[in-house]
Write a protein that binds this ligand. Structure first.
Ligand code: FBP
Length: 547
């Protein structure tokens, strides 16, 4: 396979480890833990894995370990650094005992259920060190949640002599990892399950998990391109760029990219919801910034929009809910109506409040809301081109303001969606080191007989040598939430906190950024060079940790 010069150089990079992990370690146990909420219910559901202590690895005496086999699964959306979690895990178990073997299950959790696997040997691992992507074994979104899946999985684990399974995934996959750990513990199957925090979305974090891996690289990749666009827009001075950023629900990516690039506008979904803003409120806010900049002779700008925005606009949420219910019950009648009459038909059937909002939407978006539904009958919000929706509505408002003499400039928009461009980028030094450390820590949790734990690496704004490695009982992160009409134990999703340091830092300066052209151009991720260029954690982490 032909490799780029950078790939060849990166293959030789030795990720940094916390100092405590560089030699033999011992597990220091803390106090018993509690779940973040609903303690009694969670305790009842997880009798074998509830209340376990926090673990921290510290330097210790070398011990001998009997040979063991370990399995690994990549679950959900790709995130830069997944290959390094696997190489850290591989190196960790090989250090414990060179006879240990690592098996990868192919294409996500489905590989475990379907007994689709491969042994990951040193040659294979070496091909993937410090590379982006999940292609070493592939990923998938099969949910591991049914007993028959756990039993099917156990068949192959038993056959391969696998003592522990590492599931690398987001909040849902780690919730399922915990359910699986509990199930195997209850059955006395002798299989440990360990989770690793992955997702570019950055919404799997709490006091013990400072960040999910991949967030750092994805945000830096998007910020590079946003910076390039800002410079283009400041050069041509004729376009407003509307940039939608991935991150299914939470706005962490948009916020981090804003902190890195200082655009004129960044919408934060969590704020929209908290302030009960309507679509028109958002459109008016953007139009006002456009008009103010135009008055100062600046007919250009950059707007960042989080992917999940639509579902955080309370009025849109109500409209979508009514549309979902209405079309589930009247889908056939709707489909029998002539395309040109469908919009009118929907308007005539909705409640007055929702009918008014639906009628105000541009044709294309209204159509998307009534047509594209997932297998559960829900509208596929991620397919809605929010960046176009907003710019079209801003254009309409500005045209009206022009008539009234409130807008004197020109408005021309360009649209972008950044998501897949960053999910498989070559991991930054931060993610390369963090992921390798997470994988290595997982091997230590396994060696210490732990199950139902998530690998945790903290103090991440300090140099890697000072990072703190350990494990957090997954039950500690759980609460009860309604999912598909049923109360379920799940890991709490971390949304942007409006009283958190990153949002406050942004809110304090956004009006200046709106008026002035205060763009920052981060440039591409650097792997070699001064540490302040190559090894910086995200602004989010730095602000959260008071740096
Ligand atoms: P995970 O939560 O599984 O890490 O996925 C993150 C993500 O990249 C979201 O930002 C995005 O909405 C989603 O995956 C898209 O996934 P897919 O490509 O499977 O539709």
């Amino acid at each position: 396979m032909t490799k780029s010069a950078l790939q060849i150089a990166r293959a030789a990079y030795q990720p940094k480890l916390p100092k405590a992990l560089t030699g033999a370690v011992v597990a220091k146990e803390g106090e018993p833990t509690q779940s973040v909420a609903d303690q009694e219910e969670i305790k009842k559901l997880f009798p074998n894995t509830y209340g376990m202590p926090l673990i921290q690895f510290v330097e210790g005496e070398a011990k001998e370990f009997a040979p063991m086999n370990v399995g690994v699964i990549l679950s959900g959306g790709q995130a830069p650094g997944g290959h390094n979690v696997i190489s850290g895990l591989f190196d960790g178990i090989k250090k414990l005992n060179p006879a240990n073997k690592l098996y990868g299950f192919i294409l996500g959790p489905g590989g475990l259920v379907d007994h689709n696997y491969m042994e990951l040997t040193a040659d294979i691992i070496d091909e993937y060190r410090n590379t982006g992507g999940f292609d070493i074994i592939g990923s998938g979104r099969t949910k591991l949640e049914k007993e028959e899946q756990f039993e099917k999985g156990y068949e192959i684990l038993k056959e391969l002599g696998i003592k522990a399974l590492v599931i690398i995934g987001g909040d849902d996959s780690n919730t399922n990892a915990c359910v699986l750990a509990e199930y195997y513990a209850a059955k006395n199957y002798g299989v440990q399950v360990i989770g690793c925090p992955k997702t570019i979305d950055g919404d799997l974090k709490n006091d013990m998990i400072e960040t999910s891996f991949g967030f750092d690289t994805a945000c830096k990749t998007y910020s590079e391109v946003i910076g390039n666009i800002e410079r283009d827009c400041n050069s041509a001075r004729k376009y407003w760029h509307f940039i939608k950023l991935m991150g299914r629900s939470a706005s962490h990516i948009a916020l981090e990219c804003a902190l890195q690039t200082q655009p004129n506008i960044c919408i934060i979904s969590e704020e929209v919801e908290a302030k009960n803003m309507s679509l028109d409120d958002i459109v008016t806010y953007i139009a006002q910034v456009v008009a103010d900049r135009a008055a100062a002779g600046n007919n250009f700008g950059t707007v960042l929009i989080p992917e999940g925005l639509i579902e955080f606009i309370p009025a849109m949420k109500r409209l979508i809910a009514e549309l979902n219910d209405f079309l589930a019950a009247n889908g056939e009648e709707f489909n029998s109506i002539k395309r040109s009459k469908q919009r009118e038909y929907i308007i005539s059937k909705l409640s007055p409040e929702n009918a008014a909002i639906y009628a105000s939407l541009p044709e294309g978006v209204a159509r998307q809301l009534s047509l594209d539904r997932d297998p559960h009958g829900n509208v596929q919000v991620s397919l809605i081109e929010t960046e176009k929706l907003l710019s079209e509505m801003v254009a309409i408002k500005l045209a009206a303001w022009k008539e009234e003499g409130k807008f004197v400039g020109k408005f021309a928009a360009q649209h972008h969606f950044f998501g897949y461009e960053g999910r498989c980028a070559a991991p930054s030094n931060f993610d390369a080191d963090y992921c390798y450390s997470l994988g290595y820590t997982a091997s230590m949790l396994i060696a210490n007989g732990k199950t139902g734990y998530m690998s945790s690496v903290r103090n991440t704004t300090a140099p890697a040598a000072e990072w703190i490695a350990g494990g957090v009982p997954i039950t500690m992160m759980m609460n009860m939430e309604r999912r598909h009409g049923e109360m379920k134990p799940v890991i709490q999703k971390a949304l942007v906190k409006l009283d958190g340091a990153p949002f406050k830092a942004f809110a304090a300066v956004r009006d200046t950024w709106a008026k002035e052209t205060a763009y920052v151009y981060p440039g591409p991720i650097q792997y070699f060079g001064p540490t302040e260029v190559c090894d910086q954690a995200t602004k989010t982490l730095q602000l959260e940790q008071g740096k």
